[in-house]
Design a protein around this ligand. Structure first.
Ligand SMILES: NC(=O)c1ccc[n+]([C@@H]2O[C@H](COP(=O)([O-])OP(=O)(O)OC[C@H]3O[C@@H](n4cnc5c(N)ncnc54)[C@H](O)[C@@H]3O)[C@@H](O)[C@H]2O)c1
Ligand SMILES: [Zn+2]
Ligand SMILES: [Zn+2]
Length: 361
């Protein structure tokens, strides 16, 4: 039997989101239906609402979620009813050219549920990142459920499902930050602060946080930044160079994703350093760089999708570190809200009032 629940839908480009009745089918083969306990509001949800990701409206938003498996379809062995899980948007296929070469973190054929959730009139919904978790129930591929310690607070745990994993992994997996490195992070929202926390976990010696907002810089210090730079007050490239003996940082992470921040990252790194782009640009953005600088500075220019994570490897470990008090996931939860508050949460995000608003269901 399909079930009808409430969910947050973006019906058309730029329009405010609305609460709609969502019809969630019974899980089919390889699928799981999950009772969502908590779901964070990520900037990517706002990108969807604004048409920055695609034009497949209506979208069922929400994708940073933790919940409990309510039912499973035929042939599901990964998870069972009652398991506490974090939802992920990288359910690796095991069979594509990336998986076959032993690099499942780049899987090119990740799974989502085959059946569609719909509005009451039968209109098919596009779930954000194949998840759609601003809803009391959601339907996903079983591989999108990663079982973790059920003692973890769902509001904090769910954040690993996207932004926190993306930021932390951008530093640790993509940027390969190691002991003694100097790291700069441009943009200190949830993603940037997670990159800072990741750099700290990896043993970086100096972690420079860059933002336009002093409040964000204060929070970045709590996440582990050793130095802060407000780019409204002066050129951040100069400031980062000054803080690194005139050289630049070994790894610079752009957690904003705009042409100007990317250029700052490009020039604020040391020779042979690494730039990691984790912020998501919009389709109109372009950059121009002297090709000689691209060549002459050496190093690596990388992009990080989901922090190059493997949910099955990374989520349980990070939840264990969290439970042991070694990784402060709670610091990312700025407020707990209801489904009705998602639009207001976008506004707060826009004004920089929160790291993460988390919908509790
Ligand atoms: N690559 C991925 O897998 C992935 C996953 C999740 C989110 N993201 C993206 O990461 C980005 C950040 O997400 P978030 O949730 O932290 O967003 P956020 O809005 O909470 O944070 C962005 C921060 O950047 C700061 N900022 C904006 N312009 C700046 C500038 N010019 N210089 C310095 N700082 C500036 C803001 O003050 C804010 O603190 C978004 O683009 C989001 O879509 C990427
Ligand atoms: Zn694959
Ligand atoms: Zn996200």
């Amino acid at each position: 039997m399909s079930k009808s629940v409430r969910g947050v839908v973006a019906r058309s480009k730029g329009a405010p989101v609305s609460i709609e009745t969502i019809v969630v089918p019974d899980p089919g083969p390889g699928e799981a239906r999950v009772r969502v306990r908590a779901c964070g509001v990520c900037h990517t949800d706002l990108h969807y609402r604004e048409g920055g990701i695609g034009d497949e409206y209506p979208y069922l938003l929400g994708h940073e979620a933790a919940g409990v498996v309510e039912s499973v379809g035929e042939g599901v062995t990964e998870v069972a009813v009652g398991d506490f899980v974090i939802l992920n948007w990288r359910a690796v296929c095991g069979d594509c050219r990336a998986c076959r070469r032993g690099r499942p973190q780049y899987c090119f054929a990740t799974h989502n549920a085959k059946q569609k959730m719909t509005l009451e009139d039968g209109t098919e919904l596009s779930p954000a990142l194949g998840i759609g978790a601003f809803a009391e129930l959601t339907l996903v591929a079983a591989g999108q459920c990663t079982k973790v310690d059920p003692e973890a607070d769902p509001a904090a745990a769910g954040l690993l499902g996207c932004g926190v994993m993306a930021g932390l992994g951008a530093a640790v997996n993509t940027g390969n930050v190691g002991r003694g490195d100097t790291v700069a992070v441009i943009g200190c929202g949830g993603v940037g602060d997670a990159a800072i926390a990741g750099a700290r976990l990896a043993g970086a010696a100096k972690i420079i946080a860059v933002d336009l907002d002093d409040r964000k810089l204060e929070w970045a210090r709590r996440a582990g930044a050793t130095h802060t730079v407000n780019s409204k007050a002066g050129d951040p490239v100069e400031a980062i160079r000054e803080l690194t003996g005139g050289f630049g940082a070994d790894v610079v992470i752009d957690a904003v994703g705009r042409p100007e921040t990317y250029k700052q990252a490009f020039y604020a790194r040391d020779l042979a350093g690494t730039v990691v782009l984790v912020g998501v640009p919009n389709p109109e953005m372009t950059i121009e760089l002297p090709l000689l600088d691209v060549f002459g500075r050496g190093g690596a220019l990388k992009s990080s999708w989901y922090g190059d994570c493997l949910p099955s490897r990374d989520f349980p470990t990070l939840i264990d570190l969290y439970r042991q008090g070694r990784f402060d996931l709670d610091a990312f939860v700025s407020e707990r809200i209801t489904l009705e508050d998602v639009e207001a949460a976008f506004e707060k995000m826009h004004h920089g009032d929160v790291l993460r608003s988390v919908v509790i269901l």
